[in-house]
Ligand binder design. Structure first.
Ligand SMILES: Nc1ncnc2c1ncn2[C@@H]1O[C@H](COP(=O)(O)OP(=O)(O)OP(=O)(O)O)[C@@H](O)[C@H]1O
Ligand SMILES: [Mg+2]
Length: 116
């Protein structure tokens, strides 16, 4: 079971929008697409914010600059539960990284990997 990454991402994004800190954009690097599904469900219900932007081509740095140039104030990115190249790139660019954890023994060995 997940630790709440997608739930935290979409709720913080919606809260930031409601607080007037927008325009807020959500993106999703997880092939599972939970945040994208959440956005699509809201869109069907007539709720269009926060906005959604698909994962970038060619790089996150260019994508973030383009969103900023278009007037976006915040970008919330949901991720897959892995420590791969995509997440490493994001961690290098992010202003804030939130990592919800399930408090299990298994997580302790992985935590040192995240911190490297
Ligand atoms: N604060 C919370 N209290 C209770 N349940 C929660 C809370 N946050 C998330 N959940 C529930 O926990 C489950 C997993 O949440 P979520 O999908 O956000 O995790 P995730 O880390 O994104 O998972 P995954 O690794 O599969 O992407 C969902 O059923 C969600 O409704
Ligand atoms: Mg998720």
């Amino acid at each position: 079971m997940g630790s709440g990454k997608s739930t935290v991402t979409v709720h913080l994004a919606a809260a930031a929008e409601q607080a007037g800190d927008g325009p807020v954009v959500i993106s999703d690097t997880d092939p599972q697409g939970t945040a994208a599904d959440w956005f699509n469900q809201r869109k069907k219900a007539g709720i269009n914010t926060p906005l959604y932007s698909p994962s970038p081509c060619p790089t996150w740095a260019k994508k973030i600059q383009a969103l900023s140039d278009a007037g976006a104030a915040c970008l919330f990115i949901d991720t897959a539960p892995s420590i791969g190249a995509v997440n490493a790139d994001l961690f290098a660019l992010a202003d804030l990284i939130l990592i919800p954890l399930n408090p299990t023994l298994r997580i302790s060995g992985r935590w040192s990997k995240v911190c490297r």
